[in-house]
Design a binder for this molecule. Structure first.
Ligand code: MG
Length: 383
């Protein structure tokens, strides 16, 4: 039976790969909605080739341009955050791929879960911001969240064949980012251009900086805390530059199951889309003899202090997740604009986290407030 797939953030790195997976399996999937932030030309091309009933752009001016561009195609064009949420929440949708960038993705994740069905979640910020809220909605509506993040997809896949109660520890691997081998004394002179291209995975600009600071991994620690209901001391991060082992799950009996594969985001995307089945792919076979050796090392807390912030947020919860994502987005923006040195990103975020009075068991209103507060704090700190 055809699955109706809506892709949010369809013009970004994960979104275009999700669309490529859908194209590989025309007998399994049909695109029923597309949404992006502002890239109306790219979205127009996708609409012309997939003819979904609906498309949305968060940026109203871009939505107007898209309307003009695809007049006569027969796709309804929606505008603004409400438009994107409507695509996420449309009845008849079987899977929503949530691949929007940043904290801005939360409302659409909520809309998708309110609808029920399956949410293939690539927007990790949604979980970091509001993990408990999202799980609460899913429990109420019967929605299912399947992780697209490669590390979490690995753990999720391992747990399909093992009992959750036997799990003792989860190990998430990190590529180490573009500055893995840069000595500490050079960190002050690192500029955004030094971070591109990323060694193993291809991704957007802000995410590349998150990979360079290891903030991306900090987010993933929080994400794992919610996805697998894990106390932070049962989550570990190990640097693994080859990005072949995506994660490992250790069980009480000392047995460790790892999930491996070439670093290719289409694999976790395909799994999330086909779950609980697996669809065949044309991807090259995994050949361990071509790998030579795999290396693992502990992350360096001196050069990459952002990682510990993830553990802190996973431990303390409340509205700290909202503060972590919002403060980081603002701090990365300052770095990309050349206004602060690289090490200041994590320092600013840590300062704002320390100043925050966390709200226990927040709802969406408190989360939104904490997000706004954190952005204002960063602006005040850096003025
Ligand atoms: Mg990841």
């Amino acid at each position: 039976m055809l699955r109706n797939v809506a892709i949010l953030g369809s013009t970004g790195s994960i979104g275009t790969q999700a669309l490529a997976v859908v194209e590989e399996h025309p007998e399994e999937f049909r695109v029923c909605g597309l949404a992006a932030r502002s890239s109306w030309r790219a979205l127009a091309r996708q609409v012309r080739s997939h003819r979904p009933p609906v498309a949305a752009l968060a940026d109203p001016a871009a939505a107007a341009a898209l309307s003009r561009e695809i007049a006569g195609v027969g796709t309804e064009v929606l505008s603004g955050e409400e438009g994107v949420c409507e695509v996420a929440g449309r009845p008849g949708t079987d899977v929503v791929v949530q691949a929007m960038a940043g904290a801005a993705g939360l409302p659409a994740s909520v809309a998708a879960l309110e609808r029920g069905g399956l949410l293939a979640l690539a927007n990790k910020e949604s979980m970091v911001l509001a993990g408990s809220v999202l799980l609460g909605i899913a429990a109420r509506t019967g929605a299912r969240i399947v992780p697209v993040d490669s590390e979490h997809s690995g753990v999720f896949q391992v747990l399909q064949s093992s009992r959750r109660e036997d799990l003792s520890r989860v190990v998430l691997t990190a590529s180490g980012g573009p500055f893995r081998d840069v000595p500490a004394f050079l960190f002050d002179v690192l500029a955004a251009r030094h971070a591109f291209p990323h060694p193993s995975w291809r991704m957007g600009e802000r995410m590349t900086i998150d990979s360079a600071t290891l903030m991306n991994k900090a987010f993933e620690v929080v994400e794992a805390r919610w996805f697998f209901d894990l106390a932070p001391e049962r989550i570990e991060v190990v640097v693994h530059p080859e990005s072949v082992v995506h994660s490992m799950v250790e069980f009480h009996d000392g047995s460790v199951l790892a999930q491996l594969g070439w670093p290719d985001m289409r694999v976790p995307i395909r799994y999330a889309l086909s779950f609980p089945r697996r669809f065949a792919s044309e991807a090259p076979h995994f050949d361990p003899s071509r790998l030579g050796r795999l290396t693992f090392e502990a992350p360096d807390p001196e050069r990459f202090p952002a990682l510990s912030l993830g553990f802190r947020v996973a431990r303390e919860g409340g509205t700290l997740g909202a503060v972590l994502t919002a403060a980081n987005e603002e701090a990365v923006g300052l770095f990309l604009a050349g206004r602060i040195p690289f090490p200041k990103i994590a320092r600013l975020v840590e300062t704002v986290l320390s100043r925050h009075v966390s709200f226990k068991e927040p709802g969406l209103a408190e989360i939104r407030r904490a997000d706004r507060w954190a952005r204002e704090e960063i602006a005040a700190c850096s003025a």
